[in-house]
Design a protein around this ligand. Structure first.
Ligand code: BGP
Length: 472
């Protein structure tokens, strides 16, 4: 197939995504303070530690902090038109509440942006990607406190003032709806999840939603060309059986995601969420100012997509299920080595749903296959023959194209972990997503050398042909 046969629009932003805490390392360099990630050696699989511990792979990451120029050059070799990265809040405000930002931290991201510009890549910047300064988590129990809104607004304003002329696309909170399932990771809430009251949890969510809208307002004032997006985990849900009770279970599960998009896109709480809060007996502290702030809606909707789930009204079927997003496995789908069910069609379905509901351009900012890779030698060159990853990405991109043909407006697509990095969920190095293999292992050993995988050339060709080379 040639470039003329593709349905991807000209200017489609092809690229890849990373997050500071999973790749930068240098956790105590350049004046950086500690973030919650520096005391989460097991990701969401274990409790936080008191201090950073040497078994925490994120402390060194893949050393992107020192190798960013070489890494961005590798991504440029694939023809990336955009690069998603996050800014580590604790590099800019080490404790989250300083009067002045840390210049060394700001200068680092200037250098990252220099490299993006050198290679003609549009930066896509996440303001908060699961890496709240630890001091704020400890002082306030994270987003449970209203005080967080002011600290976040100061941080966001600092970024817009410094980088607003260089960055068009901004994301406020990574996977903001994850707070329902992982309150520490997403909401910097140190109180263990099973001890957290619904009132505290929903108040924290409210504070994040107001902070996100406030950041959008500030961005539009400070940098008029800024495009600000919310960022959701998209998990389409299917009824396990055709029973209306299971269909209702699907609706309830979907409301847990859609509520976050509804507030971001419509500027007010939806009725079904207000009802849910009433039934929980939760009375939120929502001020008139909050209501005004929420009216600053986003310019686009971004999301991660890895998997779908089935929902059921049968409590017996739910017993023993451990998926972070709830639900039960779909008997018609196969799963990755980490148990994430693979469902390319679900991506098309969720794209249509979001577009029909919000009529805002979409940006797929995470998608990919976490797999164990083996470094081998082919014709004297060290590489990974990752045909499984190529198949996964190809099938998902074919569905993106189907959604484009359905009339969905899509700004771009960035694969998750375009260069191998430490996993967020399990804090492992062995769960790899990249086109570039990084020689580092779960026990912390490895040279940190980079190697191009087979998928590297495959993706370069997809970008070069604007999707024309995909196997349909
Ligand atoms: C998303 C996060 C990312 C990323 C990805 C893959 O939830 O935004 O930070 O890590 O999932 O998850 P994992 O690293 O657990 O495989």
């Amino acid at each position: 197939m040639t470039t003329t046969d593709t349905h991807f629009p000209p200017g489609f932003l092809w690229g890849g995504a990373t997050a500071a805490n999973q790749c930068e390392g240098a956790y105590d360099e350049g004046g950086k303070g500690l973030s919650i990630q520096d005391v989460m050696p097991r990701g969401i699989m274990g409790p936080p530690t008191d201090e950073p511990t040497p078994d925490n792979l994120k402390l060194q990451g893949i050393d992107f902090y020192h190798r960013y120029a070489e890494d961005i050059a590798l991504l440029a070799e694939m023809g990336f038109r955009t690069f998603r990265f996050s800014i580590a809040w604790a590099r800019i405000f080490p404790n989250g509440d300083e009067a002045e930002p840390n210049e060394e931290g700001l200068a680092f991201y200037d250098r990252v942006l220099d490299e993006c510009e050198k290679h003609g890549m549009e930066p896509l910047v996440t303001i908060s990607h699961y890496e709240t300064p630890l001091a704020l988590a400890r002082r306030y129990d994270g987003w449970v406190s209203r005080e967080m809104i002011g600290h976040f607004a100061t941080y966001a304003r600092t970024l817009f003032e410094r980088y607003g002329s260089r960055v068009t696309y901004w994301l406020t909170f990574n996977e903001i709806n994850a707070v329902l399932h992982a309150p520490l990771l997403s909401g910097a809430i140190l109180t263990p999840k099973d001890e957290l009251s619904p009132a505290d949890l929903y108040q924290a969510i409210h504070h994040e939603l107001v902070a996100s809208a406030l950041a959008t307002k500030i961005a539009h004032e400070v940098a008029p060309d800024a495009q600000v997006g919310c960022m959701l985990i998209a998990v389409p849900a299917y009824p396990l059986t055709p029973s209306p009770a299971d269909a209702l279970a699907v609706m309830r599960a979907q409301h847990q995601t859609l509520a976050f998009g509804d507030v971001h896109c419509r500027g007010e709480y939806p009725g079904y969420l207000l009802r849910h809060l009433r039934e929980l007996g939760v009375e939120l502290d929502i001020t008139d100012d909050d209501r005004e702030t929420l009216k600053h809606t986003v310019d686009f909707v971004s999301f991660s997509y890895y998997s779908s789930i089935c929902e059921t009204a049968d409590p017996g079927a739910l017993e023993g299920q451990s998926n972070m997003m709830g639900g039960v496995p779909n008997p018609t789908l196969v799963a990755s080595e980490w148990g994430w069910q693979i469902d390319p069609v679900g991506l098309r379905i969720v794209m249509n749903q979001f577009w029909d509901r919000w009529r805002k351009p979409l940006f797929i900012v995470e998608n990919g296959l976490g797999a164990v890779d083996e470094l081998v030698e082919v014709d004297g060159v060290r590489t990974v023959v990752d045909d499984y990853r190529i198949a996964y990405l190809n099938e998902h991109l074919v569905q993106v194209e189907e959604a484009l043909r359905d009339g969905v407006d899509v700004l771009g697509y960035t694969t998750w972990g375009c260069i191998d990095l430490v996993s967020a969920g399990t804090a492992q190095m062995s769960k790899r997503y990249g086109f570039v293999y990084v020689d580092r292992h779960d026990d912390g050993s490895g040279t940190l050398e980079r190697y191009r995988k087979k998928s590297f050339d495959w993706y370069a060709e997809v970008i070069r042909t604007n999707g024309g080379s995909l196997e349909r």
